[in-house]
Design a protein around this ligand. Sequence first.
Ligand code: ATP
Ligand code: MG
Length: 333
Amino acid sequence: MTRKIVLTGDRPTGSLHLGHLVGSLESRVALQFSSDQYVMVADVQALTDYFENPQKVMNNMLEVVADYIAVGIEPELTTIFIQSQIPALAELTAYYMNLTSISRLERNPTVKAEIAQKSFGESIPAGFLCYPISQTADITAFRADLVPVGEDQLPMIELSNEIVRKFNRIYNTDCLKESKAHLSNVKRLVGIDGKAKASKSLNNAIFLNDLPQVIHDKVYSMFTDPDHIRVSDPGKVEGNVVFTYLDAFYKEKDEIASLKKKYAQGGLGDVVLKSLLNDILQKKIKPIREKRETLSKKNLLEICFEGTKKARDIAQTTLQEVKEAMKISFFKE
Ligand code: ATP
Ligand code: MG
């Protein structure tokens, strides 16, 4: 059986959070043993909405890499690289631009929701609208079979596969490969405020580098059921963030079921549930935080340097094949 190729990445717009952990990071830790895995710090993509604040992107770059190593992504098994340092990705993006349309990009539901959230007004940066094309470049450059991502990324993979099919058809080649999303059991972790998605930009997440007191305070501030005033009142389980997080992080499924039943009947207080969740999340994050503390900046930079060198060669090879298929490979290097 041939080894699968895995590619995914994160925007260095902040440290990573529990949504990343259950949505994608844990899959990567598992996949790295049986596949050729590439994980990218997507700084070019981060700049599509933080172009006025490159310092923020730069500051978060090593934070994200530290999170990777802290959760168990091993640089010996996974190639970790920096998107902006791979020129072939920008070149591929330029060629793929012609293979989709503005209206197709505008219909992307994830981009649509992000545009609404970011209040660009009339000035949506062209680069932001086009970032799914640059993701197509990332995925195809490494010939990825699998892309471990959260649910919000499904429209990007759909577009990527459309571009792949169109490229292969127009240039009469099979040089590009379609990919599949690899979804985990928790495709989308909600925010602690009950919003649809925990995200760095909304600052409604528990971060992997949060201190114990911060985790505690976030858990105790979680949205539950505003009508559940007295302990004896029947409470709503649906839409209750504490239960959503217990579902995602507590292994004792029978106990969750009995807690839900009791809560719905009345007689179970929010504080009991929050205290249980706090214990579970503290246990989950403690080893990650401890591992993080052992990492040095120099070591993280070295990991990025080595990974980027390897990734650059692979992307360049794909670019060469793409140019040959397009008959624009005039001066072979
Ligand atoms: P930003 O707000 O800057 O977009 P983000 O929190 O959405 O940041 P990304 O870097 O955009 O994080 O996403 C990286 C990966 O993590 C993607 O595969 C995405 O689907 C996944 N992911 C992010 N947030 C969640 C979440 N709440 N639940 C599940 N997966 C998530
Ligand atoms: Mg995002």
